[in-house]
Design a protein around this ligand. Structure first.
Ligand code: NDP
Length: 330
């Protein structure tokens, strides 16, 4: 479609919050990069669980909302005051609102150059979930060789990366998943033990698998349904790393419960706090891309959808039908 001779780029908008049906692919005004910004032609946009919270209004944002945070693509224009990037560069990003689109403005300070050995789809798939898995195992609870950790939803986007990175740091990994197909993926990612938490009560099973000892850390992106069992699975002085709530938010916690669980620690981290400086972002992204390029980290794409099917991507994600990374391809 053209207006005044210009091609109108497409983007996925939310005009009122709600279920996946509120996602609407529409024509938007072409963008121009302002100071410090890059205009990027999106090759692949990442779908993340947080996008469903933005869409539903669980995390309230101003409407109409251009959805999506993550992607990879090619720089088509460079704003004033930008150094270090040029038209034609391939970049990836994890926090640019409106990434479910043909073009998006990316702040140069959060754009990461994509190395040659990494294709655009893999780059998009590595950013938000990869940076998350990286900070969780290196900084939130830094895994030591010989630790045993519990990773929930291990066939998911963050989950498969967490299992791999935890193994590379020398942990024994106990994973949870809901189906046999997901169990295979968790094992392929390196999980030592896999529990189908949809069928068995995982906390007693974790105790059994650890000879009654419990785990050093629980990485929990499932939230409401797994939090209590996770507390019961920890060693004394273990770490409950609650990083999400795919099953719903965890209700308020009485600190006394941390005492009763064995002087355990509870943290509720977010990615932004762990890529707080350009240096930190470059360090984490650099390690991830190097591991992707040398084959030691496998970043799998579970499904690709055209932009027009963003609704289906959200439906599948929320219905637990997906594995690994979901991408929207403009
Ligand atoms: P996933 O690919 O992991 O998808 C969610 C998975 O959660 C499902 O596949 C499912 O796996 C499991 N799950 C369990 N119960 C439910 C339920 N009731 N409804 C839906 N899913 C359920 O998504 P992401 O990798 O994108 O995100 C995982 C979690 O990490 C989310 O909570 C997200 O918000 C959080 N996150 C937090 C970040 C942070 O910095 N704090 C950054 C990035 C993500 P199964 O079928 O095996 O149970």
């Amino acid at each position: 479609k053209t207006r005044m001779g210009t091609v109108m780029p497409k983007a996925v908008l939310v005009r009122s919050t709600g279920g996946p049906e509120v996602l609407e692919l529409t024509d938007v005004e072409p963008k121009e990069p302002g100071p410090g910004q890059l205009l990027v032609a999106v090759a692949a946009a990442g779908v993340n669980y947080i996008d469903t919270y933005h869409r539903s209004g669980l995390y309230p944002l101003e409407l109409p909302l251009a959805l999506g945070l993550e992607g990879a693509g090619t720089v088509t224009a460079v704003g004033p005051d930008v150094t270090g990037f040029a038209v034609g560069d391939r970049v990836a990003w994890h926090e640019s609102p409106g990434s479910y689109a043909e073009q998006v403005l990316v702040a140069a300070e959060q754009a990461v150059p994509v190395p040659e050995g990494v294709d655009d789809e893999t780059a998009a798939a590595t950013m938000l979930q990869g940076l998350t898995a990286h900070y969780l195992v290196t900084s939130t609870y830094p895994i030591h060789a010989g630790d045993t950790v519990l990773v929930h939803a291990a066939a998911g986007g963050v989950g498969q990366l967490l299992v791999q990175l935890a193994k590379s740091r020398g942990a024994r990994v106990i994973a949870t998943v809901s189906t046999a197909a997901k169990e295979e993926l968790a094992r392929a990612a390196g999980a030592d033990e896999v529990i189908r938490y949809s069928e068995v009560d995982f906390a007693p099973e974790v105790r059994r698998l650890t000879d009654g000892v419990g785990v050093n850390a629980v990485y929990d992106g499932v939230g409401k349904d797994t939090f209590d069992g996770g507390l019961a699975s920890l060693k004394p002085r273990g770490f409950m790393v609650l990083y999400g709530g795919a099953s719903g938010p965890v209700p308020p916690v009485d600190p006394q419960r941390l005492n009763a669980a064995g002087s355990v620690y509870l943290t509720r981290p977010r990615l932004g706090a762990y890529v707080a400086t350009r240096e930190e972002l470059e360090w984490r992204a650099g390690e991830l891309f190097a591991a992707v390029a040398d084959g030691s980290l496998k970043v799998a794409v579970g499904a690709r959808y055209p932009l027009a099917e963003a609704r289906k991507a959200h439906e599948d994600l929320e219905a637990r039908r997906t594995t690994a990374k979901l991408l929207l391809i403009p």
